[in-house]
Design a protein around this ligand. Structure first.
Ligand code: CA
Length: 230
C-alpha cells in the first residue's frame, strides 16, 4: 500500500509540481485547494503526512496546522512564500515538523518528506513493539510493564522482588550465592546484608509457588544459594 500524502495548496501550479515529484517517489497524493476542505480532508482521512501552505482561502494554514496537531501526530510540512510567516508559525509553536520557503526545489521537498516519513514510521514502530516477556510454565514476567502473572493472575511485586525474580529467571539453571544476588540486585553501596536476599526469596515464593515447601521455580541449593529451575 502506498503512503498517502495530502497537499493543501491554493496555487495549482505549485500543488501539481509537488504532486508530480512525490508520485515519482511512489507516494499517493491528494490535493485540496481550499482551507476548509483541506482541514476536513486531513482530519477525516488516513494521511501519513500533510504539506501545508499558509495563505489559503477559507481556514488558513495557521489554524489548519493547529487543528491537525491537536488531533493527529502525523508530520506537517509548512510551505510558504513569506519567510515572515514561517517565523510567525515557529513563534506560535503550532507544532509543524518542518518549513520550506517558496520557491523551493521539488527534490528538496521530496527529501524532507522521506526523512519525516522514516522518522514517523520509526516512532510508530517503537510504539507497537511487543513487550519483552519471559514465560516459564505458568509464570509470566512482563519486563516492559514490570508485571508478574501466575496462571494469568497478576501478583503484586515490589521493585527488588521483581528485579530478583527477573534476574534469576533470565539466568536459569545457574546457582547464585546469596552474596552474588545481593551485590547484583542491591549493589555494593546498599545498606543491608545477604539476609535481605533470603527474605525476598521467601516473599517471591509466596507469590509464585503453589507449595512454598516444594518450590517449582526458585530452588534452594543448600549451603550455596539459589537456582531458577527451567
Ligand atoms: Ca497560498
Amino acid at each position: 500500500m502506498k503512503t498517502k500524502i495530502l497537499i493543501i495548496e491554493d496555487e495549482q501550479e505549485i500543488a501539481d509540481l509537488e504532486r508530480d515529484y512525490l508520485e515519482l517517489s511512489d507516494y499517493e497524493v491528494h490535493i485540496e485547494n481550499e482551507g476548509d476542505a483541506g482541514l476536513k480532508e486531513a482530519l477525516e482521512n488516513d494521511y501519513s503526512l500533510v504539506i501545508l501552505d499558509l495563505m489559503l482561502p477559507g481556514t488558513d494554514g495557521f489554524d489548519i496546522c493547529q487543528e491537525i496537531r491537536e488531533k493527529k501526530d502525523i508530520p506537517v510540512i509548512i510551505v510558504s512564500a513569506k519567510k515572515d510567516d514561517i517565523d510567525k508559525i515557529r513563534g506560535l509553536g503550532l507544532g509543524a515538523d518542518d518549513y520550506l520557503t517558496k520557491p523551493f526545489s521539488p527534490s528538496e521537498l521530496v527529501a524532507r518528506v522521506k526523512a519525516h516519513m522514516a522518522r514517523y514510521e520509526r516512532l510508530l514502530g517503537a510504539g507497537h513493539k511487543p513487550n519483552d516477556i519471559i514465560e516459564i510454565r505458568g509464570l509470566k514476567i512482563d519486563k516492559t510493564a514490570r508485571r508478574v502473572y501466575i496462571d494469568g493472575e497478576e501478583k503484586a511485586f515490589t521493585t527488588k522482588e521483581f528485579d530478583l525474580l527477573t534476574f534469576l529467571a533470565e539466568n536459569p539453571n545457574h546457582v547464585y550465592t546469596k552474596d552474588e544476588l545481593f551485590r547484583t540486585i542491591w549493589g555494593m553501596e546498599s545498606i543491608g546484608d545477604i539476609a535481605t536476599v533470603t527474605v525476598h526469596i521467601k516473599k517471591i515464593r509466596e507469590k509464585i509457588e503453589a507449595d512454598t515447601s516444594n518450590p517449582q521455580y526458585i530452588e534452594t541449593i543448600w549451603g550455596v544459594g539459589y537456582r531458577f529451575k527451567i
